[in-house]
Design a protein around this ligand. Structure first.
Ligand code: CA
Length: 188
């Protein structure tokens, strides 16, 4: 699928919103952002690992469930379609299958109708399409050496509420009120 041509055409028709910071999904506590830069799949993969958020390195996003795919699609909407995600195809005789570059198990796919084409070893990388179904953006397999208009990054960072609870918990462990001579805590 020559998705790049289609994506560039669609982008001329729609303004895409930009998000300043990654956004957290309560479903797994991970944070996500879209980066609009014209990269091949492998260069996008490298660029994603060089980004960081709250001290955690990024990686090309993995859609591990219908819920995750739908959340990313609805949260970022037009900013995310036609962007690379972390799926790639291995042509090694040992593997010959789709896999996530992050190493996570392959448990879900949301191919567009007629995909994946694979096309004799040419279409080996995956991007969102502008077409949605009940699980959000469907996927194209594309020639990973060609450029796509951006990529989606995922970070394994806790939700902000979890970080706050961790800080409060740590503070309560290290902070103890002084005891009175009778052994009771002084409430001052
Ligand atoms: Ca994921």
């Amino acid at each position: 699928m020559n998705g790049l041509v289609i994506c560039l055409f669609i982008l001329t028709c729609f303004a895409t919103p930009i998000y300043a910071t990654p956004i957290s999904w309560a479903g797994n506590g991970h944070s996500y952002e879209v980066v609009q830069d014209v990269y091949s799949w492998n260069n996008a993969r490298i660029a994603a690992t060089q980004r960081s958020y709250l001290g955690q390195p990024g990686y090309l996003a993995t859609m591990n469930s219908p819920e995750e795919n739908l959340w990313v699609s609805t949260t970022f909407s037009q900013a995310a379609f036609c962007h690379w995600i972390g799926a790639n195809y291995s042509y090694s005789t040992m593997r010959q299958s789709w896999y996530w570059a992050s190493g996570e198990p392959w448990s879900f796919a949301n191919w567009n109708i007629g995909e994946p084409g694979v096309l004799n070893g040419i279409e080996n990388a995956v991007s969102f399409t502008p077409i949605t179904n009940e699980y959000g953006f469907t996927w194209w397999d594309m020639n990973g050496s060609q450029a796509q208009i951006g990529y989606v990054v995922e970070y394994n960072v806790p939700e902000p509420s979890s970080i706050l609870l961790l800080v409060i918990g740590s503070f309560s462990i290290f902070y103890r009120k002084p005891k009175s001579p009778t052994g009771l805590f002084l409430f001052i």
